[in-house]
Design a protein around this ligand. Structure first.
Ligand code: ADP
Length: 439
């Protein structure tokens, strides 16, 4: 087993990775920006190295500084976490060129799946249904009109390299196509340095359902159930749960078969997620995220697995400790993302506890929430025997969670979790917009 690993990330995910590494007996090297001198990941790692100023482009996205640090500190592997460089195939290549293990799939696999246009083609090849849409990129209004008409309005223009809900525009008629193509492409160029966009049918109020996958790089694939991430604000996830209240055993079976086929054929290695939009019993492939995801803990709870551990094991060529043919889902798990509404310093923190409660966060009393990074400061995750009980538990835990000095979204989360539509389980990605006025 490897002895030392560098974490090319910050925040709660860096802390999460350090925890598993410690249990595995792997020493960790944290990298940090000058804004994160006192951050929890900096404090918890065995070694911490400053790699630049607060701006991510000069620190957490600095490929050269990160790889140099990994080599100098004698690391054998690099874990990219989520966001930042986690799906950057160039970074993965540089890591491997430096003789280090990349905790993720091969750079070629990242390339194949990272572009949504090629990912759709790949999914189709392995028998997964995709939303009706353009077979390839769309550049002009004249290309767009026949595609949009064939799909039927509304359609959605999406960035091929998109992520985090950016570079998406919904279009309702021919006349709106030209301008929205330009806007989406400009936004895509600005955010992902790739202005390529394509068109899909815009499904109304679908469920966002995704499968957690771990694969051994040799064709072995474990599917660890699904997550429902339909509660989204501006296409960004707020609440996630496993299992999904809208997925039947028959759907789960069909989705899993398609996913298994795809990941196995690609000889995928590590953790990954395959995302679908579901309408009734139908589902459509959306994308693959070739990394661990923020919402992985709900799958850990229902499957009794440490996904970071399994991810590191398979990527380091060790045996995983799960039996891919014997994954059982127990009970119900729900996660509420805790987001800071503005930056600041935590003056008081009380963390909930008790059975089936987990709080993954980088906060501590006196911690700083910097304006330079993502607003998510933690995730409160619960597990219980069924959905109703898990909901009650999450509400109870949210009551116990006290954060002062930095305003957070606890009240909003409680309102959503208490809402009758959310509680009925019968909702889609439109739920946040429907509730917004009452939040
Ligand atoms: P990102 O990579 O930016 O997260 P995704 O492709 O995963 O983008 O889509 C994010 C969210 O946007 C989905 O969960 C869904 O709510 C919405 N969305 C994307 N494509 C469609 C579509 N064709 N119809 C309806 N909603 C969509």
């Amino acid at each position: 087993m490897i002895k030392r690993l560098l974490i090319a990330n910050r925040g709660e995910i860096a802390v999460r990775i350090i925890r598993t590494c410690r249990e595995l007996g792997i020493e960790t090297v944290a990298v940090y920006s000058t804004a994160d001198r006192d951050a929890l990941h900096t404090r918890l790692a065995d070694i911490a190295v400053c790699i630049g100023p607060p701006k991510s482009a000069q620190s957490y996205l600095s490929v050269g500084a990160i790889i140099t640090t990994a080599v100098r500190t004698g690391c054998e592997a690099v874990h990219p976490g989520v966001g930042f460089l986690s799906e950057n195939s160039n970074f993965a290549r540089e890591v491997q060129k430096a003789g280090l293990i990349w905790i993720g799939p091969d750079p070629e696999t990242i390339d194949l799946l990272g572009d949504k246009v090629t990912a759709r083609e790949t999914a189709l090849k392995y028998g997964l249904p995709v939303t009706p849409g353009s077979p390839g990129p769309i550049a002009t209004k004249d290309e767009a009109i026949p595609v949009a008409r064939a799909c039927g309005y509304p359609v959605i223009i999406k960035a091929a390299s998109g992520g985090g809900g950016k570079g998406m525009r919904i279009v309702w008629k021919d006349e709106e196509l030209e301008e929205n193509l330009k806007i989406a492409s400009r936004e895509a160029e600005a955010n992902f340095a790739d202005g390529t966009v394509y068109i899909e049918k815009y499904l109304q109020n679908p469920r966002h359902v995704e499968l957690q996958v771990i694969a051994d790089g040799k064709g072995g694939v474990a599917i660890l159930g699904e997550r429902d991430c339909s509660v989204q604000k501006n296409h960004q996830k707020l609440i996630e749960e496993s299992p999904s209240p809208g997925v039947t055993p028959e759907m789960r079976k069909r989705m899993s078969e398609g996913a298994r086929n795809l990941f196995s054929s690609l000889k995928y290695r590590g953790a990954g997620t395959i995302e679908f939009l579901a309408v009734g019993n139908e589902f459509f492939f959306m994308e693959v995220n070739a990394r661990i995801q923020v919402e992985h803990p709900v799958s850990e709870f229902v499957t009794g697995t440490d996904l970071i551990r399994e991810q590191i094991l398979v990527c380091c060529g060790e045996h995983w400790t799960i039996d891919p043919d014997n994954i059982t889902l127990t009970g119900w798990s729900i996660e509420a993302r805790i987001n800071a509404l503005s930056p600041g310093k935590v003056t008081r923190l009380e963390v909930p506890g008790g059975p089936g409660v987990r709080f993954d966060s980088f906060l501590y009393n006196g911690a700083t929430v910097s304006p330079h990074y993502d607003s998510m400061v933690g995730k409160l995750i619960v597990h219980d025997s069924d959905r109703h009980r898990a909901l009650e538990r999450l509400l109870r835990a949210l009551d116990e969670l006290k954060i002062e000095g930095v305003p957070v979204n606890i009240v909003t989360q409680k309102k959503i979790l208490s809402n009758a539509v959310f509680r009925s389980g019968q909702f889609g990605t439109g739920i946040y917009a429907q509730l917004e006025a009452s939040l």
